[in-house]
Design a protein around this ligand. Structure first.
Ligand code: GUN
Length: 453
């Protein structure tokens, strides 16, 4: 059964004929207060609406409708103006227009001209006299004008935003600083409290220094972008380096992003393989510009370039052992959570990234060297259980210098170490990090030692 309009004496029903006349039907609102106002407006004593009760469009003003979408909707909070007012004569009034509208739609041939917008019917009280009609028309015209103005403004706003965005993108592209890595890194920083960097006095506070150091550690490129392009008040990286090496600032490694980007790792892999085949002299190491030094030694402690940054200013090193000692001192001086942060930068042994080839170059060759890239199904399953059990207990992954061990011993170590106390195990794992670092350093720098594993 078709819906009918609930307004007093309104006979409109939801049929093809009313649709042709442009009449739309609208359910009573869910909001209790608004629904009461609608119920009052239909002027039927004691009337209660339900979920299927409707009013037809003839009980609303033209400006009450939102006709921007495919469906004609009422604007939020709209209340019907009044109910149907019966005409003086009993027979329904039939103007020429309404008579035409009541004729059945021609089936064939289809009318080439578009159906004109339905004229407001004159049967309803809010538009029953020429004066009222004039008022309605003036209101409608004013509304059209205001909507046109809104539309123009919105278009202008859109044009301005598009311009700004395209200028920004152009700028980033010209400066070759817009790439996937930067985008991702900027996303990470989207909610950073950069306001922390507004200087309260001529000096940065301790909190600001720590923040800047941590920010730079997470993404030197993004840091430079924020500093140089967005003019955020960040200190120069050389200053960070001074702060770290003099102990004025420390790194909060717990804020490290989970993993480096795949491309990053692959590039590093290739880069480090090349470096490994062509070890540097210590004199070269001592002469490297800061950025280069951090690039070359940035992964001697897995994914922790801040370590290299911190020791860079202690150059010149007398020998490689001195460089290694400086790194170990820095790691030892970290807080407990800093050390745990360093451990968390390590990937799981035999993880998916190893198969995908997306680990750092060093990690890939170390894990593959111990045979973790070719585990059988059973071994892989055992490894994944041991990894999970270990992480569940300590909150960081199992780290071991694989190059000083072998697969069978590593499995056994995992079983043994999971039984350690927390502090004992954290220190044990940090010692493994140092062993890994020892070997990575020797992959990069030429020494006279014969025994290098
Ligand atoms: N030991 C040597 N390399 C790695 C590594 O990538 N991950 C872990 N967990 N331990 C290692």
């Amino acid at each position: 059964m078709p819906h009918s309009c609930s307004s007093l004496n309104c006979t409109n029903r939801f049929t093809a004929e009313t649709r042709t006349r442009g009449i739309t039907f609208h359910r009573f609102p869910k909001d209790r207060v608004l629904r009461r106002r609608w119920e009052k407006a239909v002027r039927r004593g004691g009337f209660n609406s339900n979920t299927s009760t409707m009013l037809c469009s003839e009980h609303f003003r033209p400006e009450d409708f939102d006709r921007t979408g495919q469906t004609v909707r009422l604007r939020v909070g709209t209340v019907p103006v009044c109910c149907y007012k019966p005409p003086d004569n009993t027979a329904p009034r039939m103007s020429q227009t309404s008579q035409k509208a009541r004729e059945p739609l021609p089936v064939e041939p289809p009318q080439p001209a578009p159906t004109p917008a339905p004229l407001p019917t004159v049967d309803h009280a809010y538009a029953s006299t020429p004066n009222e009609l004039r008022v309605k028309l003036t209101e409608a015209l004013a509304r059209v004008e205001s909507l046109e103005r809104e539309k123009r403004n919105a278009r202008d706003r859109e044009r301005r935003v598009r311009n700004t965005v395209s200028c920004l993108l152009e700028d980033l592209e010209v400066k070759k600083i817009l790439n996937d890595e930067l985008k991702e890194r900027l996303d990470i920083y989207s909610d950073l409290p950069v306001h922390l960097l507004s200087k309260q006095s001529h000096q940065y506070t301790k909190e600001q220094k720590d923040f800047a150091v941590t920010l730079h550690f997470h993404g030197p490129k993004a840091y430079s972008y924020l500093r140089e392009c967005l003019h955020i008040n960040l200190p120069h990286p050389h200053t960070l380096q001074k702060w770290v090496s003099s102990g004025q600032a420390k790194l909060d490694l717990n804020k490290t992003p989970d993993s480096l980007r795949q491309e990053d790792a692959a590039a590093k892999y290739l880069g480090h393989q090349a470096a490994a085949n062509d070890n540097m002299e210590l004199s070269q190491v001592n002469a490297l510009p800061y950025e280069e030094f951090v690039n070359v030694f940035g992964n001697v402690v897995e994914k922790c370039p801040i370590v290299a940054a911190a020791v860079s200013s202690q150059r010149p090193f007398a020998d490689l052992d001195a460089l290694e000692a400086a790194i170990c001192d820095f790691v030892d001086a970290l807080s407990d959570s800093g050390k745990e942060g360093i451990l968390r930068c390590h990937p799981d042994l035999a993880c998916h990234d190893l198969q995908a080839g997306t680990l750092t170059g060093e990690s890939m060759s170390e894990q593959a060297g111990a045979g973790f890239d070719v585990l059988g199904v059973e071994e892989a399953y055992t490894m994944s259980c041991l990894n999970e059990e270990y992480k569940e207990r300590f909150g960081f992954p199992f780290v071991i210098c694989t190059r000083m061990s072998d697969k069978a011993r590593i499995f056994q170590e995992m079983r043994n170490r999971v039984a350690n106390g927390f502090t004992e195990e954290r220190e044990h794992a940090i010692e493994e990090v140092k062993k890994i670092c020892h070997l990575r350093l020797r992959d990069l720098v030429r020494t006279d030692d014969a025994a290098q594993f």
